[in-house]
Design a protein around this ligand. Sequence first.
Ligand code: PAF
Length: 278
Amino acid sequence: MEVIEGIADLKRERRHLKEPVGFVPTMGYLHEGHMSLVRRAKKENSTAIVSIFVNPTQFGPKEDLDKYPRDVPRDLEMLEKAGAEIVFTPMAQEIYPEGFCTWVDVEKVTENLEGAHRPGHFRGVATVVAKLFNLVEPTRAYFGQKDAQQVVVIKRMVGDLNMGTSIVVCPTIREWDGLAMSSRNSYLSIQERRAAPVLYRSLLLGRKLWEQGERNPDDIRKEMAGLIEKEPLASVSYISVADPETLAEIDTIKGKALVSLAVNIGKTRLIDNITLGE
Ligand code: PAF
């Protein structure tokens, strides 16, 4: 496994790689969710490239950029074991040099959900992913369904800008009690960790109501919120029942619906989702 920090080195190396190339962009502090993407990239391609870069432009001024968990030596050990061929670990100064002023702004699908609560977040995500795609030139890139809106935004960007990379979406990996794996779970205290599976429990309640024939998103949201409110450490940021492609809220569920939510557990904001009708 080769660890490359510089853009020029990556570009040089890229010319000699065996095609197809599978790419897993990450912000590090890897967990089983990331590793499932790496394994899939390995399986479906001749070369697997992983990037580790805590992208400053996708964090708002009051967000957790400074305390975002980092452990690159441990990440590299995990990636070596998983058989990744290349790990790209660029420095922020090289990704965003002095005078940087070009952004990728995906409209509409960034207006709701996380986009409404984290202004500028998806501009940062789309810009860095576009840059990484330009550098890595992947055949396929792997993203987790846990970040459902991110997946919609990246697919839109790739389509709109005629990028040649196929986007592969992989299932959310969960802890034994249903909590979706996330690097931010490491912020949770013992009590908060015990409270955190309430997100998944509320999603399962949403699914159960839908299975029983409920098609009114307001009623589903109300029941889900009621369940979360019973957990003293949890407070709902939003619960959404939306079209999985446009992310517009749905009036009546007819086909597929993306049920997604953000909940603060103590000071930690967690997100999760399921798709109805899949
Ligand atoms: O999902 C993430 O970890 C990040 O948003 C990504 C895609 C690596 C861009 O920084």
